[in-house]
Ligand binder design. Structure first.
Ligand code: KG4
Ligand code: ZN
Length: 353
């Protein structure tokens, strides 16, 4: 038995989970979990307000730890290690969760594991699918990140592509704002797109077909704004055409990354998609075809494990605990923390971690 308490507070979700690292099914691995969304608090501002987020985390996190332990039928004495997100993310929120984790570790004498939030997303498919083996090609698409990584092993990540401007989820959120669909926008855009014609609005596919491996969504977002302001197009057609253009970009970039791994040894065992935008059914459908063309299966965790949660942090903690990693109580909270520290910076301003 390796029971890990996972804590996540890097953006607008406060989450706590107890993970059993030695169990062999998803249901048995997640012993208990709680998640509190701050969507309602941020909705009036059309995006996450860091100060509001940090305060909200501080209010709910301690009672949430108590509730999650109670649900698991445990006290701290029964936990083997405490895993808390230490970055990257909104620093006020990260500090709330990390300091909570440190205090619990200090009080209980149990080891602390400082988890990279992106590693949580990157390993979440292994939590969901016990058969998923390293190495795999990971498309990580969330509100803050848009990357393609070769996941070679625990702590061994090679970044093949990143965005030179906006993340994919950010593009969905900004499109939703233009269309007046509210926050968070991804699910609303996807819903409206079902009623629209994806070919109705001519939109660009930035960087598609180029030799450069990276993503860009800023030009697409501006084109949606201009098309909307022209008054020529129905809302549903704008949503559907935006979603199609964004998916075309992702498909092109992912196929390029898969092609770049041809002949690599060992070859990837699967194409994996994770992060909040992996909840998008149209994107999943398109990626299934990309994977099939490369002779691979697409692995996508259940939607609840794609958006931010503490189960994925606890799971990354379980893998690290089993591998013998431990962090000191003086470990720093990090607003930026790239998974691949050796990746060359992508061109352009506003480069994301
Ligand atoms: O992983 P996540 O919960 O938080 C971050 O770490 O960023 O991702 C949230 C992002 C938001 O931008 C949200 O609009 C997007 O994921 N998202 C979606 C869908 N569900 C969530 N985007 C497109 N289609 C969806 N169904
Ligand atoms: Zn995330």
């Amino acid at each position: 038995m390796a029971l890990i308490l996972g804590i996540e507070s890097s953006c607008d979700e406060t989450a706590v989970a107890v993970i059993d690292g030695s169990a062999s099914t998803l249901d048995a691995r997640i012993v208990a979990q709680h998640i509190a969304s701050q969507d309602a608090a941020h909705r009036p501002y059309g995006g996450v307000v860091p100060e509001i987020a940090a305060r909200a985390h501080a209010e709910v996190i301690a009672p949430m730890v108590a509730e999650t332990l109670a649900d698991a039928g445990l006290t701290l004495a029964g936990i083997d290690a405490i895993a808390a997100t230490a970055g990257p993310g909104l620093i006020g929120g990260v500090m709330v969760g990390l300091v909570t984790g440190k205090a619990l570790a200090m009080a209980s004498g149990k080891p602390l594991l400082a988890i990279n939030h992106l590693e949580g997303h990157a390993l979440s498919p292994r939590l969901a699918d016990p058969d998923l083996a390293y190495p795999y090609l990971l498309l990580l698409v969330s509100g803050g990140h848009c990357q393609i990584l070769e996941v070679r092993g625990l702590g061994d990540y090679r970044r093949l592509a990143t965005t030179i401007d906006d993340a994919l989820g950010e593009a969905f959120d900004k499109t939703a704002k233009v269309l007046g669909l509210g926050y968070p926008g991804g699910p609303a855009v996807e819903r409206l797109a079902r009623a629209g014609n994806p070919q109705a609005v001519p939109l660009p596919r930035p960087l598609a077909g180029t030799a450069e491996p990276h993503f860009s969504f800023a030009g697409l977002k501006s084109a949606v704004l201009r098309a909307h302001e022209s008054g020529k197009y129905a809302q549903a057609d704008l949503a559907a055409s935006f979603q199609q253009a964004a998916i075309d970009c992702v498909v092109d970039r992912t196929a390029r990354a898969l092609a770049s791994l041809e002949g690599s040894a060992p070859p990837p065992t699967a194409l994996v998609v994770a992060g909040g935008v992996a909840a998008n059914a149209a994107l999943r459908g398109a990626l299934e075809q990309v994977a099939a063309r490369a002779g691979l299966a697409l692995v996508a965790p259940p939607v609840k494990l794609c958006t931010d949660n503490a189960a994925m942090i606890g799971w990354a903690g379980a893998e690290r605990f089993a591998a013998g990693f431990r962090d000191g109580l003086d470990v720093a909270a990090r607003p930026r923390w790239p998974l691949d520290a050796n990746a060359a910076p992508a061109r352009g301003a506003g480069v994301k971690a």
